[in-house]
Design a protein around this ligand. Structure first.
Ligand code: SAM
Ligand code: SF4
Ligand code: SF4
Length: 338
């Protein structure tokens, strides 16, 4: 299939698309959807506002024509969206798409892993921030212990999906879990990604002092393990990866705060209600849903998306200061999905 390659103002091509399929979640992680804010009366999107699977497929197909090679499904909790394997199947049949992945908290994987794999899913990233039931239950805000997530990890592995783990590290909360999580993943031959706690949205009360940087995590790991760098697998790879010496097990770091990677950021995001975001920290979404529903043709949608990308100049993490933090219109992580 012929692709039209488009670049943004900083000469970055469009390569990846993250699609949030739902803004709801069965967890209330303190750093993402704090329970005090996302309470029982919180107004989530009604079904009519969500993009239908046909609409998601249509937009995704156009993104692929414009250079996207990888799609990641996310949320909220993507596995809460009814019949998600149906969407996975539709997307996996898109000509020109190389990879389709999913980020999930994992608890619904025992029920869905096989169906997702059969539908064409290749990989899952499962989030797990602690191996201690009490601590994990308090982080996820729903008192869910570690067991259901581990069952999800095991189900994904037995289904033949590639599995990586995501761990957000917040100082004073779960930094004591850095080594236990490393050991657990090493034993299970799982790639763990330590994620620096980010100032996404405006509800998690983020402070720079709460960030445990990649270097600090790396130093803790090095006291226990010998690790060696691994070459980036592809241009724009977000994680910096290392390998435990003498093994094939990797460990990665997503250092969005301390060592930003905006210059190679090729990601666009599509929210559950059909807005395009060009950066995790740029709250100005561009509507595509109503445009489609009003009868826009594929050519008109292609021109709109190309125009949005051509005007993109985002490099928030490169420029992060107290002032840029205060002045940004932010968007919640649960809305555009990390
Ligand atoms: N519910 C799914 C999950 O938790 O994997 C998918 C959506 S979640 C928003 C995607 C990823 O963003 C998760 O790995 C989560 O840990 C991460 N995340 C959420 N808030 C974050 C924050 N403030 N800083 C860094 N990562 C965050
Ligand atoms: Fe839900 Fe994922 Fe956010 Fe946790 S990180 S509240 S699981 S969307
Ligand atoms: Fe990409 Fe924005 Fe993150 Fe920079 S801050 S890497 S532009 S999403």
């Amino acid at each position: 299939m012929d692709k039209t390659i488009i670049n943004d103002k900083l000469n970055r091509p469009l390569r990846d698309l993250r699609i949030s399929v739902i803004d709801r979640c069965n967890f209330r992680c303190q750093y993402c959807m704090p329970a005090e804010v996302f309470g029982p009366d919180f107004a989530f999107l009604p079904k009519s506002e969500l993009l239908s699977y046909e609409e998601i497929e249509r937009v995704a197909k156009i993104f692929v024509q414009l250079g996207v090679e990888k799609i990641r499904l996310t949320g909220g909790e993507p596995l809460l969206r009814k019949d998600l394997p149906v969407l996975v199947k539709m997307l996996s049949e898109l000509d020109g798409l190389r990879d389709i992945a999913l980020t999930t908290n994992g608890v619904l994987l025992p029920r869905l892993a096989n169906k997702l794999k059969e539908a064409g899913l290749k990989r899952v990233n499962i989030s797990l921030d602690s191996l201690n039931d009490e601590l994990f239950g308090s982080i996820n805000g729903r008192n869910v212990g570690v067991g259901p997530v581990i069952a999800g990890i095991d189900a994904a592995k037995s289904a033949g999906l590639g599995v990586k783990l995501n761990m957000v590290v917040k100082r004073g909360l779960n930094d004591s879990e850095i080594l236990p999580m490393a050991e657990f993943c090493k034993q299970k031959d799982l790639e763990l990604r330590y994620i620096e706690y980010m100032d996404v949205g405006s509800t998690n009360g983020w402070r720079m002092d709460d960030v445990v940087t990649k270097k600090q995590i790396f130093d803790i790991l090095q006291e226990q393990y010998e690790i060696e760098p691994v070459d980036a697998a592809y241009y724009g790879e977000v994680a910096k990866r290392y390998r435990y010496k003498g093994t094939n097990t990797n460990v990665g770091f997503i250092s969005s705060v301390s060592e930003s990677f905006c210059s190679s950021c090729t990601r666009s995001r599509l929210s559950a209600n059909g807005q395009i975001f060009t950066c995790l920290f740029n709250g100005n979404g561009h509507d595509i849903r109503d445009f489609m529903r009003q009868g826009a043709t594929d050519d008109q949608i292609i021109s709109r998306i190309a125009d949005i990308w051509n005007h993109r100049g985002d490099r928030y993490s490169d420029e992060r200061t107290a002032e840029t933090r205060a002045n940004r219109k932010k968007i919640e992580m649960s809305y555009i999905g990390g």
